[in-house]
Design a protein around this ligand. Structure first.
Ligand code: NZQ
Ligand code: ZN
Length: 393
């Protein structure tokens, strides 16, 4: 195991009706004049925003509103949020929604306290050294942004989707009521489940030896998702299954399952080009890319894939041909994705094979190498997109 530091300061407030306490948590973490940030409409329609406002009023807090965050959140609304925060001298950002709303809130939080263009953080020109405090009320189990120090924003000019990370972006508190996710369409639930599993796989496929504790934690999250996802697809009101998925999504991405080991993250980078170009859901893009990446890199270490196949998907180990077990595990993963309604190839996602050169170009690898479980060059990225284009079960 490698040396590591693990800092996860978020207070998680979990369970039924807990969103009604959000005002007191904003107060607890120093907020007095709040930006209430939310999405395109679901939280308004469900009555959640009205309950949040009641809670803020009850805690004696003033607030300004900024709704309209769209999936794959855009820089344009971030600039608007920064302007409002400065003009009204706001001191806290409350994000009510999914990863897109939370990521937009984090970008605003960092941008407000920075003299330059907030995009500098996302294009690698500057490091985040301060941010306004952010709290969240989570409405979808997926991105893990409620417990992560990451934010992913799309620059409208050129549709560039890029991430920034900093301990300063970790939310002060996150309110998690699994019942709030019951209004999700089955497709969004499945996209979220795919993203959660991908966050684990990005950490599971490693070259670091002797990491039994994190291997086993990863497998626990994956097994939970295999069990609980079909249950919520079959019955959207299964609170306990929703609760297990919600906590699995947080555990998957606070990095507690990834410490002390080399991680990969190339599938995420490769996917971000798809969701940027076609504006598809991140989880759906991952359903197409992640198994393709697995097939391409499996020869690098068939035994690690065979471990996944046997421990997670219950495949039988073929000791003479571990690569066969490995391939069977990847097939099982793809079959699971299909069974929960995810796309598994370009046509099902709405992507075009003819765009592959443009996708590789935007990935920006040039003549270089991208590190990870297996080092990738431009040819590898092309090969992964091609596998993804034609994948079948
Ligand atoms: O905007 P509204 O109307 O709320 O609709 C949303 C949106 O259309 C809807 N929704 C959310 N909660 C709902 C609901 N509909 C009904 N009932 C509810 N309770 O679901 C749709 C998707 O929402 P979004 O916030 O986009 O989903 P998600 O949480 O998957 O976030 C995706 C974004 O997070 C980024 C992705 O790239 C993508 O931009 N990621 C962020 C990460 C991070 N910050 O750590 C890591 C991830 O790997 C990921 O890259
Ligand atoms: Zn993700």
């Amino acid at each position: 195991m490698e040396n590591f530091e693990f800092y996860s300061p978020t207070e998680f407030v979990f369970g039924k009706d807990r969103e009604n306490d959000c005002g007191q948590y904003v107060r607890k973490y120093g907020g007095s004049h709040v930006l209430l940030h939310y999405g395109g409409g679901s939280a308004v329609r469900s009555g959640l925003i009205a309950r949040i406002k009641t809670s803020l009023h009850a805690a004696g807090l003033e607030f300004e509103e900024l709704g309209g965050v769209q999936p794959n959140p855009r820089d344009t609304l971030v600039y608007e949020g920064i302007r409002i925060c400065r003009e009204k001298q706001l001191d806290f950002i409350l994000a009510v929604g999914g990863g897109s709303v939370i990521d937009s809130a984090k970008a605003i939080a960092a941008g407000v306290l920075y003299d330059g263009d907030f995009w500098d953080f996302y294009c690698g020109k500057a490091e985040i050294t301060a941010a306004l405090p952010v709290g969240t009320v989570q409405t979808i189990s997926a991105a893990g942004s409620e417990g992560s120090g990451d934010s992913v924003i799309t620059k409208t000019d050129g549709m560039l989707k890029r991430g920034a990370g900093s301990p300063y972006l970790r939310p002060r508190f996150s309110i998690q009521n699994p019942a709030l996710t019951e209004t999700l369409p089955a497709y969004q639930t499945a996209c979220g489940a795919t993203d959660i599993m991908a966050h684990v796989f990005e950490r599971y496929f490693t070259n670091t030896q002797e990491v039994e504790i994190t291997d086993r934690l990863c497998e626990a999250v994956l097994l939970t998702m295999l069990k609980e996802t079909p249950r919520v697809i079959a019955d959207p009101h299964n609170y306990d299954a929703r609760a297990n998925i919600m906590w699995a999504g947080t555990v998957a991405h606070t990095n507690i399952v990834g410490v002390g080991r080399q991680q990969d993250w190339n599938s995420h980078g490769i996917e971000h080009e798809l969701s940027a170009l076609y504006d598809v859901a991140h989880g759906a893009g991952l359903a197409v890319i992640m198994p393709a990446w697995m097939e391409h890199v499996m020869p690098h270490n068939p035994m690690r894939f065979a471990q996944m196949a046997t421990r997670v998907f219950g495949c039988e180990m073929d000791f003479a041909h571990p690569e066969r077990t490995a391939a069977e595990g990847i097939r099982c993963f793809r079959q699971f994705l299909r069974s929960i309604g995810m796309p598994i190839n370009f046509a099902e996602l709405g992507a075009k094979e003819a765009d592959i050169p443009a996708l590789v170009e935007k990935f920006g690898i040039g003549d270089g190498v991208r590190g990870g479980f297996m080092e990738l060059r431009a040819d590898d990225i092309t090969a992964i997109y091609k596998i993804a284009a034609h994948a079948e079960i």
